[in-house]
Write a protein that binds this ligand. Structure first.
Ligand SMILES: [Fe+2]
Ligand SMILES: [Fe+2]
Length: 356
């Protein structure tokens, strides 16, 4: 369809039931930067909050629409199952476990997923989150130059229900953690896991539409008869950072996702600039994919389309970035509005509950 290859995720957008609570969780408890507070450009009565690192670098961005009155959603086919953020190593994972538990956030794990080690928890709206270690990586069971060739199954000791797995899940950091240290730094999106009814159809779509390559055919370690396949930006040698896209293959008759609070709204992949995004759009249209016009999002330009399961996807440009309308050292401190909404600032500010 296109020879354009995405480097990986630009951002993922989730639905919050309460902006202040979301800020407390992601900024104050997870230590992410609030890099932009603005409104949903398509619904200016609602907050759109961006969290990330390095002044909003693509691949590190978690964004939230606040829709306070919306009911909770429900996971299902065409939805995202969970969002995983990267940490350096097992020591960091255990410190995070202690930190979260001491702040009354229950966790599951650590769990040895083979390719990485994982800790699971939920945000205040019920969005499932994971922290995953950088290593040991996808080359533990097949050569780095030939990933994704055969079905790989976990060894028994890895499984959560095994005696080893149960023992491993009891580990935590021995001492209380006083603050989020540099050794605990969260390195953006490690992977995002969604739900498909057909992994082979998904492979054709994601390889042709986004240039992602399948790097692992595995099974869901918590339900061994369920396929769990991984895609990424992969040049045949290395797997690019912030690009792990995984799909659980659910039976076709399983329920469809219901959007709402605690669910992911859409997932955005990167294009370097407007020119390649335009070429991308043309290629998608030529392949019969229904694509939106280019939308001006101030910090990037966007196009939207759906995957074959109905999941909303976006391709967003790297430029111009988040310093376009604020001092880069003071990102996210005050409400930023696009030029076409400045005239309504007073009214918009009155309708929003202030965030501290
Ligand atoms: Fe995961
Ligand atoms: Fe988006």
């Amino acid at each position: 369809m296109t020879d354009l290859i995405t480097k990986g995720f630009h951002h993922v957008t989730m639905v919050s039931g309460n902006a202040q609570r979301t800020v407390k969780f992601y900024r104050d408890l997870l230590g992410l930067g609030l890099v932009k507070r603005t409104v949903n450009f398509d619904d200016p009565t609602a907050y759109h909050l961006y969290f990330g690192q390095e002044r909003g670098a693509p691949g590190t961005l978690l964004t939230f629409f606040e829709w306070a009155g919306l009911p909770h959603g429900r996971p299902g086919i065409g939805g995202v199952h969970h969002v995983a953020l990267g940490v350096a190593d097992e020591a960091a994972l255990l410190k995070w476990k202690r930190w979260l538990n001491d702040h009354h956030v229950p966790t599951t794990g650590p769990v040895n997923r083979g390719y990485f080690k994982s800790l699971y928890f939920q945000d205040p709206d019920g969005q499932i989150l994971e922290l995953a270690t950088k290593g040991p990586g996808y080359a533990i069971d097949e050569p780095a130059g030939a990933l994704g060739q055969q079905v790989m199954t976990p060894n028994d000791a890895q499984l959560q229900r095994s005696p080893e797995g149960r023992l491993y899940a009891e580990m935590t950091h021995a001492e209380p953690v006083a603050s989020i240290g540099a050794d605990m730094a969260i390195d953006g999106i490690h992977h995002i896991s969604a739900i498909t009814a057909d992994t082979e159809r998904a492979d054709r779509f994601y390889s042709s539409a986004l240039g992602l390559r399948r790097i692992k055919k595995s099974v869901n370690q918590d339900a061994l008869n369920m396929p769990h396949h991984f895609w990424a930006n992969y040049d045949g040698k290395t797997v690019g950072p912030h690009s792990g896209w995984t799909l659980f293959g659910y039976p076709e008759n399983w329920n469809r996702v219901r959007g709402g609070v605690g669910q992911t709204h859409h997932v955005a992949f990167r294009a370097p600039d407007a020119e390649s995004q335009a070429a991308w759009r043309e290629a998608l249209v030529a392949a019969g994919v229904g694509v939106s016009p280019v939308m001006e999002r101030t910090y990037f330009k966007s196009i939207y389309f759906q995957d074959p399961d109905g999941l909303l996807l976006e391709i967003a440009t790297d430029d111009p970035g988040f310093a376009v309308d604020e001092d880069p050292s003071r990102l996210g401190e005050s409400l930023a509005l696009p030029a076409w909404l400045e005239g309504e600032r007073e009214q918009i500010e009155r309708s929003l509950v202030p965030i501290v």
